[in-house]
Design a protein around this ligand. Structure first.
Ligand SMILES: Cc1cc2nc3c(=O)[nH]c(=O)nc-3n(C[C@H](O)[C@H](O)[C@H](O)COP(=O)(O)O)c2cc1C
Length: 179
């Protein structure tokens, strides 16, 4: 039995839901898994020794990753790299097949450039458009991004682009990664 820790950042809750589905999948396979918000992990102790593998995930926000996430990665890269490790990102551009690959997703490439932690394993996941839960400015900005990429611009749109079966497959893949 392997023990997994998923550390995630989530602004609107969708990355948290992805982390939960990964956790449930890992547990269904008879392994242990916990998930922890990066803000908690920054300010409270993390029981690194209790885990065999570490998974980190974050959404893309305006082409970037939350500063707290990047800081956590920089501060803990040795601990993360000491175990089998994987990184997943969420973005709505990943709804198209060509932007859903590690090579084709520019935000994944950006992470690899910026992060002092070089993940052993990578996963691109399509996120959620949720205009009604976003403020006016965010809605306008994301409508602009969507216009440029032929995505939905109706301010009432709520579209979950996540392929949940693929998320479960990633969960099973992590078990193989942990050895
Ligand atoms: C403020 C904001 C900015 C975003 N910027 C981008 C972006 O630049 N590119 C993109 O593909 N998706 C972008 N997204 C989409 C998010 O990556 C997607 O909604 C993700 O599912 C959010 O996860 P969360 O609910 O865990 O925060 C943005 C979303 C928000 C709310």
């Amino acid at each position: 039995m392997k023990r997994f820790l998923i550390l995630y950042m989530s602004r609107g809750g969708h990355t948290a839901r992805v982390a939960r589905v990964i956790m449930d999948t890992v547990r269904e396979q008879g392994h242990q898994c916990d998930m922890m918000d990066i803000v908690e992990a920054t300010h409270e102790p993390v029981a690194w020794d209790s885990y065999d593998a570490v998974v980190l995930g974050a959404p893309v926000l305006y082409g970037n990753y939350d500063k707290r996430f990047m800081q956590f990665v920089a501060d803990h890269k040795e601990l993360i790299q000491a175990k089998p490790n994987s990184f997943f990102n969420l973005s709505v551009v990943a709804r198209t097949p060509e932007k859903s690959t590690v090579e084709g997703n520019r935000y994944m490439q950006k992470f690899l450039e910026l992060s002092p932690w070089k993940p052993q394993d990578l996963k691109v996941i399509a996120g959620k458009v949720d205009y009604p839960s976003w403020g006016t400015l965010d809605t306008l900005m994301i409508q602009m991004i969507m216009k440029m990429t032929d995505g939905p611009t109706d301010k009432n749109s709520v579209i979950d682009y996540t392929d949940w079966e693929d998320v479960k497959a990633y969960g099973r893949h992590l078990i193989t990664l942990a050895g």
